[in-house]
Structures are given as structure tokens and as C-alpha cells.
Design a protein around this ligand. Structure first.
Ligand code: NDP
Ligand code: HEM
Length: 499
């Protein structure tokens, strides 16, 4: 690790003080009665230091706890003003500052970067019309499409409540009983489930969103960020070895690449679908477990994102970064996908718990031009605009505000229907795209073999009943795949090292 930079160091070092600014002569000395006597409560320096240390930790993210991030810029490379009125996309060449945080999902804050897991790919655009967050993953689909399954599913990928261990039976028991997950499971257990680094992976919106125009008309969209470094992965054993030898590999790779000027970039594309096309599409566009075939809905390039600056302080800028799909700007809207709709609630809710009610005032999250004097007070108020000073805290006729009409008025969508409870049933159609990926893997030598191996060495730890249900699930994707998995899992069980 390089020593801290000297630039900007004043000629005389700063005077060390207590938190209230009182100079301290010896930071290692504490006040006591006589040389060996007990400590004095009046020693504010020591009490101040210990009490602050006792409170250094905030809750880690309930998912995506381990991550790394950097700043950069997004540049519009191709005109898409026919699709959206978003100001930051309004003209070719326009640049917007971004903050990006990559992450693993299931592990704790200190867990290894190279674990088999989807990767988070969260981007905050600091636009002139507010902060837009793209809270994406490195897979184009997800494990579920009914939002109430999310907490339940996540529990099965984390630790057993009794043993506090990761648990293969729990893991596969859930997945084999909720087989809409199969497409995402195919991505997870391909070698793309263990990317070489954060720089060498794609990002996908996963959900359907909407590009909206000033007249309120819209198209459905899916966003793809394709790595300009090329997709590169570890195989299962390389990834596992790195978990032990360098658990922070991806974090280090990102920081050091940027530090030496090898700035990673991604080319950004959009797939579009009209409402008429959506009605005829083989799947619901609100089904998060499905992609839009690229031959039918081709990728259209519109931008490039480059990361070119490391944070100066990890905790302030990355740990406290708060992304949410509900942080939107005119021209970009969520679709009615129920998982996305739930996420609109869940992220700000967890931010208020994790960072406090004024989380948007933390510099990393603070928009360029926010002005909301009706949100006042609360813990840590005053970070932004001195808590709006003397400005009225109501819609005052003496100090009126300007209210700007935007394209996000809800007139363009009208929903009518009977209140109902609905959960999505699994049908044969749910296995077709999973087989599509199995076929994509078949185009590169060794990828199908690696897939079978990656599942087998994980599934061998589950109980036989769960293994059997899982084999049957993969047989529904492809008979040959199911057969090969049975054989490989049996072989892997024999090779398993015993404690
Ligand atoms: P296409 O043949 O048009 O596209 C295949 C896609 O798969 C490309 O985007 C490619 O993008 C990606 N890909 C290539 N190798 C792998 C891999 N080892 N793991 C994951 N993705 C890979 O096919 P379709 O659009 O008809 O989709 C076929 C299958 O491809 C789907 O079932 C889906 O699982 C997968 N896929 C589809 C995407 C989509 O949005 N349509 C996106 C990503 C995957 P690249 O190599 O640049 O990542
Ligand atoms: C992080 C909830 C689905 C991508 C989080 C966090 C929560 C959460 C509570 C922690 C946020 C924080 O503490 O700052 C949910 C719920 C989901 C869901 C309830 C479904 C109902 C998804 C999906 C994606 C996704 C489908 C991607 C398409 C992310 C990312 C992060 C994250 C990238 C990390 C953000 C960061 O870097 O700070 N999620 N999530 N999540 N989620 Fe989700």
C-alpha cells in the first residue's frame, strides 16, 4: 500500500484537539489520581475518544454489504432524444458526474470478493434535474418475480439460524421449490458467477423501466452496460483459492487500476419495446426472470461510462452512499414490475435505518440542486443548507417557491381493476430462456462442463431429497444437463474432503 499523499499538507501540521476544539498536549496521556490511581471522569479527551470509537460502526447493508466504489463520468455518445426528455441524455457529448458502487450480495462486510454470487452495479448520476440512481446487477434477470419472496429467499442464501453456517440444503431447498429462479441460477453457476474483477463484468437493469417524453408518452426499456475491458471470469477453483489468499481482490483491482490511470469503462445500450409490442410479447415485461431476445429487440448504443477517480474516504463516500430505484429524474420512470415497485419503498426505508432520516444530505448523496424546505430537522439536520435557515417550512405566500411541471405526471398510465392477491405460478415456459443460456454456454469450449462442475461441488453438500428435486429442475431445462449433473454430483461427493 502506498503511503498517504503529501500534496496539500500544510507547512505546520494541524493542532490536535478534542472534538470541541480544545488543544490536547499528549494524546496518549490520561488523567488519573496519582501515578497509578483510577481514571478521572473529567478527562473529556479520553471519554470523547472512547465514546466516539464505541459508535464507529453503523449497520452494514442487509444485502450487498461488501463493496467498492469510484467516481467517473457518463457521456452521451448517440442521440436518443426521440426516446426520452431526460435532461442528462439531451445531447450528444453531454457529460454527467457519476458515483458507482459494485458489490457482492450475500456475504457480510468482510466477506471475500470472489465468492460465487451476483454482483451489484449501482450508479448515481448527479444530473441538473436531481440524482438518478440505476441500482442494477451484473445479471439481466433475478431469482424471483413476487416481491414478498425476497427476504425469504435472501435468508436461504445467508446463514442457517442455528449453526450460523452457510447451508447448501437451505440454499437448494428454496431454489428447487421456487423454480422461477432457474434462469438466474443458470447465470449464477456459469463462470460469470465468479467474475475476474468488477471491471470485467456487464451491468443490466434487469427490470423493465420507462423512457418518457415531455408529452407523457413512453417506451419500455431495458439497459445494458457492456464492459469495454471484455468479460473475464475465474473458474470455481481459482475463485475459491482467492477467497483465502486475497479476499479483497476486486476492491484492490478497482482502486489500483484507477490510481494508475487505467480507467475502466462501459458502453451503454438500451433495448426498447412499445406498449403494443409488450402486449404481444411471449412473457410479461414485468416478469423479472426473463430477458428480451436481442434479435427481436436489438441493443441501441447511447453512452459511455468511465470511472476515473477513487474516493478519498471510503466510509464517507462509499459506505454512506445510498442508492435507490426511487431516486429518479424526469424522463426516467419505474415500470409496474411488482419487484421494482417494492424496491421503491425498501431502499429509502433501509437508508433511514442505516444512515438516518437526513441521508440525502450526506455529501455523497446530496443532489446538485435540491431545495426542499418542508423536510426539516431530524438527526444530523444542518448538513445541507444549514437546515434551510430562516426559510418558511410551509407553503408560505410570503416566500413562494417555483413549482416546475415535468413529464412525470401520471396521466399517461391509468390503472383500473379489482383489488386482488396474486402470485405467479411456474409453467413450462419458465425453463425456455434458461435453456437458451445453456445453449449460449455451449458456444464456448468448456463452459457447459464448468457449469455442471460448479453446481455439482455446491449441491453435493445438500441432503439427498433436495438434491433429487434439484436434478429434476435442471432436467426440465435440458435432459442432458440433468443427467450430467447427477453423475457429476455423485463424483463430487466422493471427492469431498472430510473434516
Ligand atoms: P443472443 O444470442 O442475442 O445474446 C446472447 C447474450 O448472452 C449476449 O448478450 C451475450 O452478451 C450474453 N452471453 C454470452 N456468453 C454468456 C455467458 N457465458 N453468460 C451469460 N451471458 C452470456 O441471445 P438472446 O437475447 O436470445 O438470449 C439468449 C440467452 O442469453 C438468454 O437466455 C439469456 O440468458 C442470455 N442473455 C441474454 C441477454 C438479453 O438481454 N437478451 C443478456 C445477457 C444474457 P455479452 O457476451 O456481451 O455479455
Ligand atoms: C441493496 C432490497 C432486489 C440490486 C439492497 C438493500 C436492500 C435491498 C434493503 C440494501 C441497501 C442499503 O442498505 O443501502 C431489495 C429488495 C428487493 C431487491 C426488497 C426485491 C424485492 C434487487 C434487484 C436488484 C438489486 C432485483 C438488481 C436488479 C441491489 C444493489 C444493491 C442492493 C445493486 C447495492 C446498492 C449499493 O451499492 O449500495 N437491496 N433488493 N436488488 N440491491 Fe436490492
Amino acid at each position: 500500500m502506498a503511503p498517504p499523499k503529501k500534496e496539500g499538507t500544510p507547512s505546520r501540521p494541524p493542532v490536535y484537539t478534542t472534538s470541541n476544539g480544545c488543544p490536547v498536549f499528549d494524546p496518549h496521556a490520561s488523567q488519573r489520581v496519582g501515578q497509578n490511581g483510577p481514571l478521572l471522569l473529567q478527562d473529556f479527551h479520553l471519554v470523547d475518544l472512547l465514546a466516539h470509537f464505541d459508535r464507529e460502526r453503523i449497520p452494514e447493508r442487509v444485502v450487498h454489504a461488501k463493496g467498492a466504489g469510484a467516481y467517473g463520468e457518463f457521456e452521451v455518445t448517440d442521440d436518443i432524444s426521440d426516446l426520452t426528455c431526460a435532461d442528462f441524455l439531451s445531447e450528444v457529448g453531454k457529460k454527467t458526474k457519476v458515483l458507482v458502487r459494485f458489490s457482492t450480495v450475500g456475504g457480510e462486510k468482510g466477506s471475500p470478493d470472489s465468492a460465487r454470487d451476483p454482483r451489484g452495479f449501482a450508479i448515481k448520476f448527479y444530473t441538473e434535474e436531481g440524482n438518478l440512481d440505476w441500482v442494477f446487477n451484473n445479471t439481466p434477470i433475478f431469482f424471483l418475480r413476487d416481491p414478498s419472496k425476497f427476504p425469504i429467499f435472501i435468508h436461504t442464501q445467508k446463514r442457517n439460524p442455528q449453526t450460523n453456517l452457510k447451508d447448501a440444503t437451505m440454499f437448494w431447498d428454496y431454489l428447487s421449490n421456487n423454480q422461477e429462479a432457474i434462469h438466474q441460477v443458470m447465470h449464477l453457476f456459469s463462470d460469470r458467477g465468479t467474475p475476474y474483477s468488477y471491471r470485467h463484468m456487464n451491468g443490466y437493469s434487469g427490470h423493465t423501466y420507462k423512457f418518457v417524453k415531455a408529452d407523457g408518452s413512453f417506451v419500455y426499456v431495458q439497459i445494458h452496460l457492456k464492459t469495454d475491458q471484455g468479460n473475464k471470469t475465474f473458474n470455481n477453483e481459482q475463485a475459491q483459492e482467492l477467497c483465502a489468499t486475497n479476499p479483497d481482490h476486486h476492491t484492490q483491482d478497482l482502486f489500483e487500476s484507477i490510481e494508475k490511470g487505467a480507467y475502466p469503462s462501459w458502453t451503454v445500450y438500451v433495448q426498447t419495446m412499445t406498449q403494443e409490442q409488450a402486449e404481444k410479447f411471449n412473457y410479461s415485461v414485468f416478469d423479472l426472470t426473463k430477458v428480451w431476445p436481442q434479435k427481436e429487440f436489438p441493443l441501441r448504443r447511447f453512452g459511455k461510462m468511465t470511472l476515473n477517480k477513487n474516493p478519498e474516504n471510503y466510509f464517507a463516500e462509499i459506505e454512506q452512499a445510498a442508492f435507490s430505484p426511487s431516486h429518479i429524474v424526469p424522463g426516467w420512470e419505474p415500470s409496474a414490475d411488482p419487484v421494482l415497485q417494492s424496491r421503491l419503498f425498501s431502499y429509502p426505508d433501509t437508508h433511514r435505518h442505516r444512515l438516518g432520516v437526513n441521508y440525502q444530505s450526506i455529501p455523497a448523496n446530496c443532489p446538485l440542486k435540491a431545495h426542499n424546505p418542508f423536510q426539516r430537522d431530524g438527526a444530523m439536520a444542518g448538513l445541507h443548507k444549514n437546515n434551510y435557515g430562516a426559510e418558511p417550512n410551509y407553503t408560505s405566500s410570503f416566500a413562494p417557491l417555483t413549482y416546475k411541471k415535468t413529464a412525470t405526471s401520471p396521466q399517461h398510465e391509468q390503472w383500473v381493476g379489482k383489488a386482488t392477491t396474486f402470485s405467479w405460478k411456474v409453467t413450462e415456459n419458465d425453463y425456455a430462456q434458461a435453456e437458451g443460456l445453456w445453449n449460449v454456454l455451449g458456444k464456448t469450449k468448456g463452459q457447459q462442463e464448468n457449469f455442471v462442475h460448479n453446481v455439482a461441488v455446491h449441491l453435493r453438500d445438500a441432503v439427498p431429497e433436495v438434491q433429487e428435486r434439484t436434478f429434476q429442475m435442471f432436467e426440465r431445462v435440458n435432459r442432458d444437463l440433468g443427467k450430467r449433473l447427477r453423475t457429476e454430483t455423485a463424483k463430487a461427493a466422493n471427492l469431498q474432503p472430510k473434516l
